[in-house]
Design a protein around this ligand. Sequence first.
Ligand SMILES: CCCCCCCCCCCCCC(=O)SCCNC(=O)CCNC(=O)[C@H](O)C(C)(C)COP(=O)(O)OP(=O)(O)OC[C@H]1O[C@@H](n2cnc3c(N)ncnc32)[C@H](O)[C@@H]1OP(=O)(O)O
Length: 542
Amino acid sequence: MADHAESHGKKSGVSTDEQLSAQLAEDQPIPGAEEEEEDEDDEVDAPTGAGAEASTTSTKPKKKRKPKKKKKAVTEDGETTNPSTVAQSPSSSKDIQNILQQLALAQAGGAPKEGKPQEEYKFWNTQPVPKFKEPSLLQTTNGGSLPEGPILPDAVCKAAAKAEPEKLVDGFEWDLLDLETDDGMQELYDLLYNHYVEDAEGSFRFNYSIEFLNWALKPPGWKREWHIGVRTKSGADGKKGKLVAFISGVPVTLKIRQKVVKATEINFLTVHHKLRSKRLAPVLIKEVTRQCYRNGIYQALYTAGTLLPTPVTTCRYFHRSLDWSHLYKNGFSHLPQRSTEAMQVRKYFLPSKTGTKGLRPMKVEDVPGVKALLIKYLERFHLKQEFSDEELTHLLCSKASKDVVWAYVVEQDGEITDLVSYYLLESTVLKATSKSTIRAAYLYYYATTAAFSPNASSTLQPRLSSLINDALILAKKDNFHVFNALTLLDNPLFLKEQKFEPGDGKLHYYLFNWRTPPLGGGVDEKNEVDASKMGGVGVVML
Ligand SMILES: CCCCCCCCCCCCCC(=O)SCCNC(=O)CCNC(=O)[C@H](O)C(C)(C)COP(=O)(O)OP(=O)(O)OC[C@H]1O[C@@H](n2cnc3c(N)ncnc32)[C@H](O)[C@@H]1OP(=O)(O)O
């Protein structure tokens, strides 16, 4: 996917950085990029009128994508056909042959691999992350093994942290965003709305709401120094320039196997479409690293759809339709061969009432019970987050989490026995003729005492499956269109039974400046869900 970004950059034939910055400030098209930008302007109903957006690379696919064939539904002039004709099954025997061939290749492990050779990671090769061919803790060439823990000692990181950020090219400047103000939040929202993660076909783009950003970026202990923006230079009138790039970090306490590590969770790395492939991302990453080092934090956790050196594990996305017709109409789901629309709707039918006795919305008073349950539950995973009461309250039942996170508990005889939660993340349908969104629920933290019973091997699976079924019912009632989950936690135990379908999206988990043996991601070598590969990831990233 980075390859795609590179070629896009070359095509834009951009002039000087100063010209670029002026164009961005005025939101003028960049020479050579106009064609694509006009197309997208037609397609996206940006709330801000933020100007033309070029089509872009996809780096963190989280959504089910249409099969390749469907791409032809979009005509060359960018017109979108009737969505009902978008999702079609292969029409010719040649198409079917091609698909079968690709399938055979993939099954034989012969499909093209992701990413690029190690030596081409010009930036990442300079960073304290494991190399692809450096299996952590496996034998090194001299017969020894690489120790688990920091790659660079704290003192080296501390000494490397300069007092000032790296100088940006002319026309741009650093700015720490003020996310305490409505304007600051709105500006960040607009940048992400127009430029954040899309699927590989440019059909959907994440639409993180202002409420979501407020919740995700300001947990207890958050720091303004970790909300890092790049702007075009301020005007002579002192007015701030346009926000064109961003990266963020929030504090997190991780437990990686037996070690507790104070770290940063890095997220929302974004570069304006017109500035892609200009090596701005590495500059942002170095700046957030500097800001972390200066705060005495030397490790980080991050996820991406892009393959970088080197994932500690990889999970796969699964999707459970709640409103199949909406998903189909918007090109998110396709109509399988030998099925009809009515059959699909029936397949995903859910009752109107939940089944678990004692299930109710979580309250602040539940925090101690939920915390004890969740911490014990997560102990079963190699990589997990440790929470204080304050953090857990913020995440699951605070003013900030309202309308972002839905959390439910089961209380039996005064004891919290179960927790299930999900968060709302909408995606904009980029190819829709009128403004349309996919309202997706993402499975968040859950836990159940069934995991601790002596016969957990027979009680955990049915308990989780019914809890998740209840979560699906509740999400459907709240007008969500789809419920998404990765193969982390104990998810492989219920995904199939609860009619989650495998998606194309993978999510790689990375640790910065920390070496540890690979973790199970709930999938096998063929990327099929596999309960024997659970037990690795107990952290849910946003
Ligand atoms: C102790 C504290 C440490 C803190 C830091 C911990 C590390 C945090 C790491 C960040 C975690 C972020 C977690 C999230 O937010 S993941 C979400 C990422 N965002 C998006 O996908 C939004 C849409 N895309 C964009 O805005 C751009 O395409 C981005 C910004 C992604 C790249 O911009 P652009 O396309 O214009 O490229 P470039 O010319 O500037 O730079 C090219 C270099 O960047 C490497 N690249 C590409 N994509 C990613 C990626 N997702 N993570 C890390 N590196 C990435 C790439 O391999 C190449 O390096 P190398 O191949 O030459 O080596």
